[in-house]
Write a protein that binds this ligand. Structure first.
Ligand code: BTN
Length: 327
């Protein structure tokens, strides 16, 4: 099925009410048999479809599709001056990859309803079903090289938690280096990728994945694709749409990125500590070849983790490491 016919079918079904095969066929100008075939392929996109004899087909809960004009209306005046090109895709390999491979400039944003090769930290896939979550990447150029980026991914975590609080989502905590949690379940993650000259003009792509309404859509068979306990904004009581959420996020992120070379992580450190999910807890840090045990004693001025161990304090900066609670 080509992108155009897929889109027109999805738009018809996005209202969440039942449509008969006949009416879908009529409005799209194809036979009922062709509609049936197209409906079957929706599952490939992670779209849950309900079919009831005599009533037709519907997407339970409907879909609030990405809409650039609604997103732009939600970006505040201060942030609008930093916003570049907003690209909204139906399906893309990865929104991060799109900005990395193109000639994107500071403030360019890429969004997609679905990613076919969404990526997470540590080489993992990021499960990206259609239409219910948020897959957002933002490009920014820093001309001082990567050294100016210390703590940036932690600062982005703070800004996300604060933007969510503004939308009424409470209880978001941060797991070092950059997971968003609610009650120990993963709500979202941040993947920062860097291109260009690492000592001079470097291009930074900040990728944000947030589970919005995944519980409404994820087919039972796909649940094992996610290896960690997860939650989403619906379960946290958020009943707004993705467009307004994105407007709110960009309103905080764009000015903060512009100011980051001046503020650095210093103005985020206390705010990060206030959101630290593992404060003073016994934790393990798992590296590919070793494990470190100790007590989570916060982060330093560069966003590196401070671990209290029997052998004294040890400092760890991000990379191939995962943090776990030790009960
Ligand atoms: C993590 O592993 O916790 C980070 C996940 C980051 C996922 C986002 S979704 C938008 C952007 N595009 C990608 O391919 N990955 C990031």
């Amino acid at each position: 099925m080509n992108e155009e016919s897929f889109k027109s079918l999805i738009y018809r079904l996005s209202d969440g009410v039942f449509h008969s095969g006949e009416s879908l066929g009529h409005s799209l100008g194809v036979s009922r048999a062709a509609i049936w075939k197209r409906l079957q392929s929706l599952e490939k996109y992670g779209i849950l479809l309900e079919s009831v004899k005599g009533r037709g087909y519907r997407i339970p809960g409907g879909l609030s599709l990405l809409d650039s004009s609604k997103i732009l209306a939600g970006v505040n005046i201060a942030a609008q001056s930093y916003l570049g090109l907003l690209s909204c895709f139906d399906t893309i390999d990865s929104t991060n990859e799109f900005l990395l491979r193109g000639s994107s400039v500071s403030g360019d944003v890429c969004l997609a309803e679905r990613q076919s090769s969404g990526r997470g930290r540590r080489g993992r896939d990021w499960f990206s079903p259609y239409g219910k979550n948020l897959y957002l990447s933002l490009c920014w150029h820093f001309d001082q090289g990567v050294s100016a980026l210390d703590g940036l991914s932690l600062a982005v975590g703070v800004l996300l938690a604060e933007a969510l609080a503004q939308q009424g989502v409470v209880g978001v905590q941060l797991k070092w280096p950059n997971d968003l949690l609610i009650n120990d379940n993963k709500l979202g993650g941040i993947l920062i990728e860097v291109g260009g000259d690492l000592t001079g003009d470097c291009k930074v792509v900040i990728g944000i994945g947030l589970n919005v309404a995944m519980s409404e859509v994820i087919p039972v068979t796909d649940r094992e694709k996610i290896t960690q306990p997860w939650t989403d904004l619906r379960q946290a009581g958020y009943d707004g749409g993705r467009n307004e959420l994105i407007g709110g996020l960009l309103s905080l992120l764009l000015p903060a990125l512009h100011d980051y070379p001046a503020t650095g992580f210093a103005s985020y450190r206390d705010r990060w500590h206030a959101l630290n999910a593992h404060r003073n807890q016994s934790i393990s840090l798992r590296f590919p070849e070793r494990v470190e045990l100790g007590v989570m004693a916060g982060v330093n001025e560069k966003g590196a983790l401070i671990l209290k161990t029997p052998a004294g304090k040890k400092i760890f900066s991000g990379g191939e490491v995962s943090l776990r609670s030790v009960k």
